[in-house]
Design a protein around this ligand. Structure first.
Ligand code: 0A1
Ligand code: ZN
Length: 861
């Protein structure tokens, strides 16, 4: 392993402890772009100032380009040199004007970092280290500069020229070209730089901020897509208002533009005043986007907007602090989404996401703390841990401080660090001072990886009860021994006979000083409700019986806790049944009870009756047996389907004939309808495929159509191919919908899914150059536990082949798709051996990127 690592061109490990302030600052940056897809000339004029008393030369980061000229204070120089990929310029004074000129080729940029072409337009992506692909610059987040940008381009192909900040001037040139200048008065790091040149149409609106400033809002897309931008624009307005009322944060420029592009490595990017989005998080109409898509669009639009304060006005000192902006901003977007619909359902969705992606990451070879200590390639650290666990840390601090304390803490943070590049420690200190609490032990959440396990046991004697707690934080790579953490646990007791609350909810701060809590004056046997609302991101192991869990699933007054109790009951049942001890009665009764309840929101019911995913069941087992898990889950689905068939049919009929409306009620009806359809199909009912096809055929919206298609793709019925063909011919011109067609087939539970996916990789519409398409097939297949882990190793080989091919085009996206291969320790030795062989094959591939190398080599350790 180490030999391979040493032979790489740039095996550098960057460490948090090595941080030093920049030697040179760049208070002002002027950029001149002579834009052309084949060759773009970039002239950068930097005013640089020496930072401190030292004699070091100016070092500017670059990647993939060569300087054509360098001048210092207006005089061409030739004593510059290239060191690695850095341009080193000797400077004698305290302040200079340095000008460089480079040429770059956007249309050959398949990595989608820096300046690249997408759908005939030109756009940029600079986070984390893409700016250096555009021009030479100290490309680190603590160098803040005020940018002025001039762009020149062919007017016919690129009639629209956008950049950060506010527009200044524009004009025509004689040769069919035109120009525009933009100025951003807010000092920003280079990763927030953006420009777009293209043939785009705009959906405009305006927003009056709380201090009365008018902001012009614009969403820029292809002309034909304009009708699909209203939902995103509305979400932006809601987000702007929400940030004012919830955090007192106001927008600060005269314009706020969003551009949607088809080729994008992530979801979206918060460039100052010019957000650039993956088109899947902007474009929606009922015919092409599901309810899930609509929700995700609002969440991502809000997320990027919220970054204007948590990320842009206050940025990160270095990339180890990434969760400072990402964890906080995810927490903020989760709060926004919760306020738009059902708080409980939103929390259930967020916790499900955390368990699906962050818990396995924290338990695997790529586990890292929320504030990592080292990295090879920063792109690999845009992880569920940084984002979602990071958000849970903020949520825990908010719980500890209470609403007023938390708001005082965030006010202090925004005030004190505005205009600076800050650290996670700065945030925690603000919380301590604003909320008047001591978070000394809490800080371990930032430095210790791994998901804490809490064991909780409630004993009861007369009218007293004692809750005994113990915690253990598992070893993770590089961290064999852990200290106990502060776990804020919301706890409440219910009477086993009456179902009534026996206590108020208590927030227990379970830290190194506490191991038990006493309750007194209890009139009857108590049942424990713990970690209500998922107040701490931990695994709770309790001694509650199946009967206790069923009781809580019916009586708990916290909907999240009710859902949790049902999940735990289902999990215990499924793990036992994968081990050969099937007893479905408890789950069937509890699900029947939930379906019969009349006081529950339908979206909640739909979530509560869904079985845990195959991979989450696997996470509970010492050795994952994908086939046994699949069989156990299918058997329970079949039993639930048959025994409760009448209730499923009733739930299904409830939504029938309702005209489409994107409202919380409408979403709930559709969600429950699809879940019910799944159970009817699982029951083996003779009419199930026809029922699904009828829904597919008559649906007036994509949610119902996809719900039906998802059921059909897993069926043995011939109608399955008919539906897939109809769907394809109807939507083959819409890339975002075609992604769903690929994804649904990759998620199928059919025995031949591996072969189908391999065939789809050869389909004329499959391409690795578009990250959405690559993810829709390869990513979805990697997450299909049974299909991917086929005992013959074909799934592993397929993934490795695809990743090696994708790495040559787009290393970031390839590296993101690797983790399923890194789960080898969790499987039997035969599968583990096959996975390791593929990881080794990847690591030994000549010319492998740093991105994929880091992920694959760490996964082997
Ligand atoms: N800061 C963005 C995420 C993002 C990160 C890297 C990117 O480069 C390809 C793109 C986007 C966010 O949190 O939304
Ligand atoms: Zn973000």
């Amino acid at each position: 392993m180490l030999d391979i690592q040493n032979s790489l061109a740039h095996p550098l490990v960057i460490r948090r402890e090595d941080y030093t302030p920049p030697e040179w600052l760049v208070p002002e940056t002027k950029l001149d772009f002579d834009l052309d897809p084949a060759t773009t000339r970039v002239t950068a004029t930097l005013s640089v100032t020496r930072n401190g008393d030292h004699a070091a030369p100016l070092r500017l980061d670059g990647a993939g380009q060569k300087p054509m000229s360098v001048t210092v204070d207006g005089v061409a120089i030739n004593d510059w040199r290239i060191d690695g990929e850095q341009l080193v310029i000797p400077l004698t004074g305290a302040a200079h004007i340095v000008e460089t000129q480079v040429e770059i080729a956007p249309d050959r940029n398949t990595q989608l970092m820096g300046l690249y072409a997408s759908g005939g337009n030109l756009c940029t992506q600079c986070e984390a280290e893409g700016f250096r692909r555009i021009t030479y610059f100290p490309d680190r987040p603590d160098v803040l500069s005020v940018y002025s940008v001039r762009m020149t381009a062919d007017k016919k192909h690129f009639p629209v020229l956008l950049a950060n900040g506010d527009p200044v001037a524009q004009g025509d040139l004689e040769d069919g070209r035109h120009w525009a200048t933009w100025h951003d008065p807010f000092p920003k790091p280079s990763y927030l730089f953006a420009l777009v040149a293209g043939d785009l149409a705009v959906n405009r609106s305006s927003f009056t901020t709380m201090s009365g400033r008018e902001v012009s809002l614009g969403i820029w897309v292809r002309e034909a897509d304009l009708p699909k931008t209203d939902h995103a624009l509305k979400a932006l307005e809601l987000a702007m208002a929400w940030d004012e009322t919830t955090y007192g944060r106001e927008y600060d420029l005269d314009v706020f533009n969003i551009v949607a592009v088809d080729d994008f490595n992530f979801g979206a990017m918060e460039n100052k005043g010019l957000n650039i989005f993956n088109s899947r998080y902007i474009l929606a109409d009922p015919d092409t986007a599901t309810d899930y898509d609509y929700d995700a669009i609002a969440a991502v639009v809000a997320h990027e907007y919220f970054h204007n304060w948590s990320g842009n006005r206050i940025t990160c000192r270095d990339w180890f602090q990434l969760s400072l902006k990402e964890g906080f901003t995810v927490y903020r977007d989760q709060g926004f989404s919760a306020d738009q619909g059902s708080r409980a359902v939103k929390r259930i969705e967020d916790v499900r996401g955390l368990r699906a992606s962050q818990f396995p990451e924290d338990a695997g070879p790529l586990a890292h703390p929320v504030r990592p200590e080292s990295y090879q390639e920063i792109s690999n650290f845009y992880t569920a841990t940084i984002y979602n666990k990071g958000a849970e840390l903020i949520r825990m601090m908010a719980a500890i401080l209470g609403p007023q304390g938390f708001r005082a803490g965030t006010d202090l943070y925004f005030d004190r660090y505005d205009g600076t590049a800050a650290t996670c420690e700065d945030f925690v200190t603000s919380m301590e001072e604003g909320g008047k609490v001591d978070l000394t032990q809490f800080r371990l959440w930032y430095s210790q990886a791994g998901t804490p396990r809490v064991s909780a046991s409630l004993s009861h004697d007369g009218d007293r009860a004692t809750l005994r707690l113990a915690q253990q934080v598992p070893a993770t790579p590089g961290q064999p021994v852990k200290s106990p953490m502060v776990l804020p646990l919301r706890v409440k007791l219910f009477g086993a006979e009456s179902g009534a609350a026996l206590t108020d909810e208590r927030l227990v701060l379970f830290d190194d000083t506490l191991d038990s809590i006493e309750f007194e004056g209890l009139a009857e046997r108590p049942v424990l409700s713990i970690n209500r609302g998922f107040s701490a991101p931990v695994v709770v192991e309790s001694d509650r019986t199946a009967a206790d869990l069923a009781f809580l699933s019916a009586h708990d007054d916290d909907p999240f806790a009710r859902y949790e109790a049902m999940q735990q009951l289902m999990l215990d049942t499924l793990v036992a049944s994968a081990g050969g001890h099937a007893d479905h009665e408890g789950v069937i009764a509890a699900v029947a009870n939930t379906l019969a309840a009349t006081d529950l929101d339908l979206a909640f019911v739909a979530e509560a009756v869904l079985l845990p995913s195959e991979s989450f069941i696997g996470d509970q087992m010492a050795v994952v047996d994908p086939d046994a898990i699949f069989r156990a889950r299918e058997a329970l689905r079949r039993d639930l389907g048959t025994r409760l068939e009448a209730q499923w049919r009733q739930a299904y009929a409830q939504g029938e004939g309702q005209p489409y409306a994107y409202t919380p009620e409408g979403k709930g009806l559709r969600r429950l309808r699809t879940v019910a359809l799944g159970y009817i199909a699982a029951s083996g009912a003779a009419d199930a495929a026809d029922l699904a096809f009828a829904q597919f055929d008559s649906a007036d919206n994509m949610t119902d159509r996809m719900g039906a298609l998802t059921t059909l793709v897993s069926s043995e019925s011939e109608i399955r191919t008919t539906a897939l063909d109809i769907f394809y011919s109807q939507y083959c011109d819409n890339a975002l919908v075609l992604d769903k067609w690929f994804q649904a087939q990759a998620q199928s539970s059919r025995d031949d899914t591996g072969a189908i996916v391999a065939g789809l990789a050869e389909h004329a519409d499959f391409t690795l150059t578009n990250p959405n398409r690559a993810r829709s097939l390869i990513g979805a297949f990697g997450a299909n536990q049974r299909a991917f882990n086929n005992a013959d190793g074909s799934g592993y080989r397929f993934l490795a082949d695809q990743l090696i091919a994708l790495d040559r085009l787009n290393p970031q996206t390839a590296a993101k798709l690797l983790p399923p291969l890194g789960r080898w320790r969790r499987f039997d030795s035969a599968r583990a051996g096959l996975m390791r062989a593929e990881l080794e094959r990847i690591v030994r591939t000549p010319g492998l990127s740093k991105d994929l190398f880091e992920q694959a080599s760490k996964s082997l350790e």
